[in-house]
Design a protein around this ligand. Structure first.
Ligand SMILES: [Fe+2]
Length: 185
């Protein structure tokens, strides 16, 4: 079974034992190994949203629900992360900075398809974009080794791939737009 308070406590102890993502990844992997138990507690995803489950200066835990076929532009976090999928799929494209580019542009560097029960660690400097490639909601635990909402971060314009300051409001609007386009179908 999945218990949210226990999960948060386990993440906290993992972080206390090792400040990297290593032990937290194990905690997330354990949680998503039983998607049915997680769905019982978090509910089946019905709308695209970023739900804060826990938030402090050194640890942020989110329930991220991606709308069908929704894409979020390349961005960084400036802290490690662990993504655990409990329903659906997430395609991650990884990007790297073009060396010496004055506009701070990025180029594609790799990709990883995440499926239900996967728990993927992302390093501190990773730049990724995320797509939900399927026609239903994807539900994922996103755990970050820091204050996700307080960090100075970057995003890259999806059309020009130029670097700009991360705009949390814009990201949240994208989730809302995904719900509007869902409702229109
Ligand atoms: Fe991200």
């Amino acid at each position: 079974m999945f218990d949210l308070d226990e999960f948060i406590a386990d993440c906290r102890s993992a972080l206390a034992a090792d400040t990297s993502h290593k032990l937290v990844r194990d905690v997330v992997a354990r949680a998503v190994s039983n998607p049915a138990a997680m769905l019982k507690v978090l509910g089946a995803p019905t709308r695209a949203e970023i739900q804060r489950l826990y938030h402090t200066n050194d640890l942020t835990i989110l329930n991220v629900v991606w709308g069908p076929r929704m894409t979020l532009m390349p961005h960084n976090h400036q802290m490690w992360a662990v993504i655990g999928i409990y329903s659906g799929r997430e395609d991650n494209i990884f990007w790297r900075r073009v060396p010496g580019d004055p506009k701070g542009r990025v180029e594609a560097a790799g990709a990883r398809a995440l499926c239900e029960k996967d728990a993927e660690p992302l390093g501190r400097d990773i730049i990724h974009s995320v797509t939900n490639p399927i026609s239903r909601f994807t539900g994922a635990l996103h755990v970050y080794g820091g204050n996700f909402f307080g960090a100075e971060r970057s995003e890259w314009d999806p059309e020009t791939l130029r670097e700009q300051r991360y705009d949390m409001e814009k990201a949240l609007r994208l989730f809302e737009e995904a719900n509007v386009s869902c409702a229109a179908k």
